[in-house]
Design a protein. Structure first.
Lengths: 115, 110
């Protein structure tokens, strides 16, 4: 069974541009979460989606947005890119939300470099 | 401001037991405490989660005191392949803000 997949694996963008990252969860999982991991630091929570609705949001500016589709895949959009947005963007899937469990399965991430 | 803290690094030798503690002073009341392992250039991998007291699986144990303001991941008899960064993850406040600790870099030596 396939794990969490993310695309693209690497991306180079210029300051001010916009980027869209994609994630496909494990089959049967209905929740997707997005994290930003700067080199040498722990992942920082950006969003959590369940059944196409936002269920959680981290302390990120409005330049960051996301959505979840009926097939439970998800996109993360970042507008007006800054140098500080350079990071590994991780997607994680889980069965659901609300039961207090955070057993998530992570994809390999998308490495975004902003120049 | 809520804070989730872990030791930055730990060294151990093969065959020893390793205990990594995470402090979380604003954990959501009804949510689990979860631990992950991360190797370079990979996403985190789920190790174990628990709500209170002690949980054990085939790779680790997790100890959680009654006040749930900390948790300790215990790795029995570590091997070189356990060299990685270990993170705790908790939900804070109302449970819709997920917070990873800063990570503990474990180095296992022969």
């Amino acid at each position: 069974d396939a794990g969490v997949t993310q695309s693209p694996t690497h991306l180079i963008k210029t300051r001010g541009q916009q980027v869209t990252l994609r994630c496909s969860p494990i089959s049967g999982h209905k929740s997707v979460s997005w994290y930003q991991q700067v080199l040498g630091q722990g992942p920082q929570f950006i969003f959590q989606y369940y059944e196409k609705e936002e269920r959680g949001r981290g302390n990120f500016p409005d330049r960051f947005s996301a959505r979840q589709f009926p097939n439970y895949s998800s996109e993360l959009n970042v507008n007006a890119l800054l140098l500080g947005d350079s990071a590994l963007y991780l997607c994680a899937s889980s069965h659901g939300v609300g039961d207090g469990s955070y057993e998530q399965y992570f994809g390999p991430g998308t490495r975004l470099t902003v120049t | 401001l809520a804070k989730t803290t872990q030791p930055i690094s730990m060294d151990s030798y093969e065959g020893q037991e390793v205990n990594i503690t995470c402090s979380h002073n604003n954990i959501a009341t009804n949510d689990y405490i979860t631990w992950y392992q991360q190797f370079p250039s990979q996403g985190p991998r789920f190790i174990i989660q628990g709500y209170k007291t002690k949980v054990t699986n085939e790779v680790a144990s997790l100890f959680i005191p009654a006040d749930r303001k900390s948790s300790t991941l215990s790795l029995p008899r570590v091997s070189l392949s356990d060299t990685a960064v270990y993170y705790c993850l908790v939900a804070e406040g109302a449970g819709n803000m997920l917070t990873f600790g800063g990570g503990t870099r474990l180095m296992v030596k022969p």
